[in-house]
Each structure stands twice: as C-alpha cells, then as structure tokens.
Design a binder for this molecule. Sequence first.
Ligand code: C2O
Ligand code: CU
Length: 491
Amino acid sequence: MTANRLPSPGLLRRRFLVGGAASVALLSAGGSVAGRRPPKPLAAAPGPGTPATQRAHLVAAPRPLKLLGPGAPATPGWTYGDDPLTVIRARRGDSLEVRLENRLPEFTSIHWHGIRLPIAMDGVPYITQPPVQPGESFDYRFALPDTGTFFFHPHCNTVAQVGRGLAGVLIVDGDAPIPYAADVLCLLRDWRIDEATGDFLDFQTAAGAAKAGTFGTLRTTGLAPAPTVAVPAGRDVRVRILNLDVTRVSQVGVVDAEAAVIAIDGNAVSPFPLLAWRMGPAMRLDVVVRAPQPGKAAQVVDYFAKEPVVLMTLLGEGDAPEATADFDPPPLYAPALPEPDLRNAETLPFVFGATAVAGTVAAPNGETIDLGASLCLNTDSFWAINKQSWPERGHEFPPAPLAELTLGRSYVFELQNVTPHMHPIHLHGHTFKVLDSNKVDRPVHWADTVLLTPKERARIAFVADNPGRWMFHCHIIEHQDTGMMGYVTVA
Ligand code: C2O
Ligand code: CU
C-alpha cells in the first residue's frame, strides 16, 4: 500500500460535501456536514447501574521497550506495568482506586486528563498533592462521572516522563446504545530514539520548544509503526484515536472506508463524516468505521504531512453480513455536563503568545544580560498566557492565578492565539463547550482540549463547578514547560 494511493482531504471533501464552504481551514466541516444531514438528537444515558470499584496497581518503573523491532536494541522506557500499554476500563459511576508506586529515579504523579474529579486527585505536584518521591506510593480514589475515552500521564518533567513512555488509557464505558462489532485502540505517539542504539535523544531542544516542538524520530501506533488490525468485515467498529504524543499534531482521516466522528475528547457529538480532523497532543476522537469487506483494507491516516502517513490498517476478516444497511451510525448517549448560562456568563480573555522578554541582550559594557533571569523567568521561557510565563519547569513556585472564578458561575473564555504556531489548550477539572472560532468550522462540542491554530480566536464556555486550583496550559509539552501554563482558581 503506497502512500500515493491515498486521496487527499480535498478529494474526500468533494466526495462527501455538496456545496459546503470548503476551505483549507475547514477541517472537519461540522457546520457544512450538519447542513447536509440534520444533526441527530442525542438521547440521555440510562442511569448508571450499581457502581463498582475498579482497582489498579501501577508500578512506574524503568522497563525495556522493543520499539525498533525484534533484532534491534531495546529502548530504556519508563512504563506503568510489564505491559507497556496500560489500559484501565470502568463504567460511568464506578469509582477508581489506583495505587501509584514510584520505582523511578525521580518524583512523579498521575494526572487524569479530562476527568472531572476532586482537586486532591488531579495529580499536579505541589499544586494538588505532594510529589510522589522514588520509593513512595500515592493512592488515587475518585468516581467517574463521565463516559468516554480518556488518558492519564505524569504532570512533572512531563516531556521526559511521557517521552519515555509513561501514559495510559482510561476508558469509561456506558455511552453506547448499541454494541460495536469491535473496539479498536489507535494510540498515536512518537519516540525520540537513536535508531542505532535504541537510546533516547534529548527530549527537549531550545529550537523546538521555541517553535512547534521537538518531534520524535519514530512514529508508532500502539508500540509499532502502522500496525494492521483485523476487524469483522462489513460491520461497524469503533476506533478510539488518542494523540498521546507530546508534540505532534496529526490530521486524521480514514481512507477506503466510511467513517463518522461520534465523540470528541470522549464527549458524544451528533455523528458527522470524518474527513480530516486535527488532533493536537492530548486530544481524542472516537470514530465509527464501516469495516472493509473480507480481505480488503482501510487505513487510518495522517494528512498533516507532505504525503499522507498510514497510522493503522484495518483489515476485513470473516464473513461480511449479507444485507448491508447504509452507513448511518447512531449517536452515543448525550454527555451529562452542566450547561453554561451564556446570557449571564462572564467573558475573560486569554492571549496565548510568545514572551517578549526571553533571550539575552548585549549591554553597552559588553556583558550579556539575561532578560529572562532578570524577571525571575526560566531562561527558556518562550511562551506566555496573558503575558505571564510560568516561572519554572516544575510546579514549585506558582505565580498568581490567571483568573479567579466564582464557584457555580458560568464563564466564556476567549482564547486568542497570537503566535504562528498551534497550541492545544487544556483546562483541568472541567469539560468545556467549544462555541465558535474565527478560523475553524468545528461543530459546537464538549472538550477538555481545544487546538488553537495560528492566529485563531476561539470561545469556550463552562460552569466553574469544581473548586480548586486548575491548571490551564498548552499540551505541546515543551510549550507548557517553557512558559505556556497557568492556572485558574474556582472558589
Ligand atoms: Cu493532560 Cu495538565 O494535562
Ligand atoms: Cu503550545
């Protein structure tokens, strides 16, 4: 299967859209697609059954990873278990009890990305809990209020800890009114490794951090480049795509099969055709794909490259059903999230920019003055939110909050990207509604991370219903580490 065979997103768009306002910025054509077929109402989920407690013991430790293939040297990975791909599964309403045991040479923590949980369980060292030092354990305990596809990762030295492999998937079931013929995980991530020795390269570079980030050298889906997964031929399968990379933005699509988006960041949307959806680090997309006929293949691809890159091949297997219905996947159950009161919401602007002060200047006497240090900034501060850079790579010395929110009030955050780079912006502890944008035509949807494209302004809204100090940052981890992080308080 050569990459050249893959149609471009433009061709796909022409195939799917009739008369939509197609432009390059129109990534997945929410509005136009909705115009093609009226959005389907999402039914409320039935109440959760008897809640259970799901337990897991995660031992964060160095373990070799075979990323370069059988004969090649192993990579000194860090993982949560002997199976390097940790997947925790629960049902909505269940409680999760996870013991994190730290056998790493440095402190760590677990942040449960996208989960609306109490602040003490949010896993941000110094801000929400003490760092979990080597040899120590920490017990995370919380209920799971929402269904969907989530993940978890450390929230300290993140570029290296996630870079070495620390990340896991959390699936909260109970959102599907009908079963799918298969449930496929499509975990996208890169590794920065030396292909001769298997060792890691520098996770962070100043040149990368100041621009789009430092990209990996090996792209994998799961733990292998472009794996082939057998799926029941001709049936509708669910594919959960997670961008677990720390840097790369992918623009995912499906080739040679019909595909519809059913959830964004785990939150159900009225299904719409998947053309090419941009996913920044931390973003998730649940897709239903009509599996190919027996022996035939379809591909999950990334269009955000010169030639489309195959991420995963879905191979039809077994007997296809005799009579095939039109591809028309029903929606998942509606998210049960507090609806922001837009009429009475307070609007707060957040400007995502570059630091004006980073770098050095030559003083008249010939000395070099480090402007960053003179303002108590990390010398590698390249980024800021509302002109405020997070001062250190860790979380030990938090600056003032970016905003103080009143518990129970609705807020509209006006996010403005004044840089020429993309920034996937994530808020902890809340799920927000992405309302609109001056550049990208997305359907209104719930999310925990929104990808700001260059010069984009987007509005998000939510009810500040969870008390605490909630991190608000770019999920390109080098940007987060070099200033583009802050927090809001809810009290
Ligand atoms: Cu997934 Cu603060 O991060
Ligand atoms: Cu960023």
